[in-house]
Design a protein around this ligand. Structure first.
Ligand code: ACO
Length: 328
């Protein structure tokens, strides 16, 4: 159909929070954080820097790479767990900031699986009779604003960042699509292991919800770990087995960057450890931005060539999960 990845972009805030900094904030150590998670540092947005600011910066970088004018964009999907506000949606705020009005804008809530859900959705909309020609799929997260900085079991894990993927349909039926294969799914029965309980209709903001730290990330660490490995390995195996391409043609495997132990466990079970990319040590877990950060790093450093296959895979709150086989 001719739907290709035309550009990628990323943005990370300037301020770096190291493990040594965290040692001064909670009862933890660099040794504990590195051995349990692999994370050495993460970037933190300023108080006034918003999710839409970061998303717009990443989007502009992708547009510049693709040589596309923002006015020619037909569709913007922003995946985020930290929207600027409940409404309007962050995608519309990004649209205004990059000068892309008018076009279709909506936010997507699939937590860390957001970029994969977003690419899946955008591809479906572009391939449908609706015929959207150019789309921006963005993952942007200011997780520092929903992190409980007094809870050592979660505050060492997360960072802020944004990443964008620019898609374009070149209209040539002979050009193979970027979307070689994919699967996304969710199981709401595991909704209580990873959540932010306050601020929605179940627990509207009140003095009580603030006092009880309900506007922060709550996580059952070990259960999340186990489900993450299981869901990502399963999704990858399904795609690899049904793909009509030999395994050797897969150049990179990019798992959601939550924790190097989860990434290593997935790499070992897939038996392709040398193809697994990771940068979690520098950014921490940036939720729906994490896979896009990896794609943009590889793309800009010349480690992705036309027709390379890239397997991306994620899991996130919901529990959501998904995997896509991308053709570069
Ligand atoms: N520093 C020092 N000690 C700590 C810290 C810390 N930052 N955090 C927890 N501990 C302590 C605990 O209190 C506990 O102490 P205790 O035995 O005296 O009670 C001990 O360390 C072990 O705690 P565990 O939770 O068993 O540690 P575990 O080996 O499971 O590692 C971790 C914890 C890193 C959170 C792990 O469970 C994990 O990686 N889980 C998955 C997390 C994840 O990826 N979440 C995804 C987030 S969102 C998303 O991406 C979808």
């Amino acid at each position: 159909m001719g739907i290709r990845i035309k550009g990628t972009g990323r943005y990370v805030p300037e301020k770096i929070l190291t493990n040594a900094d965290l040692e001064k904030m909670v009862d933890t150590s660099d040794e504990w954080i590195v051995t349990r998670t692999g994370i050495k540092e993460r970037h933190i947005a300023t108080a006034t820097e918003t999710t839409s600011d970061m998303a717009a910066a990443a989007a502009n970088a992708a547009l510049e790479m693709g040589g596309v004018d923002a006015k020619d964009i037909d569709l913007i999907i922003v995946s985020t767990t930290t929207p600027d506000m409940m409404f309007p949606n962050t995608a519309s705020i990004v649209q205004k900031k990059i000068g892309a009005a008018p076009c279709v804008c909506f936010d997507l809530a699939a937590a860390c699986s957001g970029l994969i859900y977003g690419l899946n959705t955008a591809y479906g909309m572009m391939a449908s009779p609706l015929k959207y020609k150019r789309a921006l799929v963005i993952g942007s997260e200011k997780l520092s604003c929903i992190t409980d900085w007094s809870d050592r079991s979660t505050c060492v894990l997360f960072g802020d960042a944004a990443a964008a993927v620019l898609l374009e349909n070149d209209g040539n039926p002979d050009t193979p699509d970027f979307y070689a294969d994919g699967l996304v799914s969710a199981d709401g029965n595991f909704g209580d292991i990873l959540l932010m309980p306050g601020g929605g209709s179940a627990n509207p903001a009140s003095h009580e919800t603030v006092d009880q730290h309900m506007h922060f990330i709550k996580m059952g660490g070990p259960k999340t770990f186990q489900l993450a490995v299981h869901s990502m390995v399963d999704a990858c195996r399904t795609l690899v087995e049904r793909a009509s391409i030999p395994r050797e043609k897969i150049r990179w495997v990019i798992p959601h960057q939550a924790n190097w132990r989860i990434i290593s466990a997935v790499a070992a079970r897939l038996d392709m450890p040398e193809k697994v990319y990771q940068n979690v040590q520098r950014y921490g877990n940036t939720s729906s931005a994490s896979i896009g950060l990896c794609l943009d790093e590889l793309n800009r450093s010349g480690q992705l060539e036309k027709d390379d296959y890239v397997l991306i895979v994620s899991f996130g709150a919901g529990l959501t999960w998904g995997a896509l086989l991308l053709r570069w």
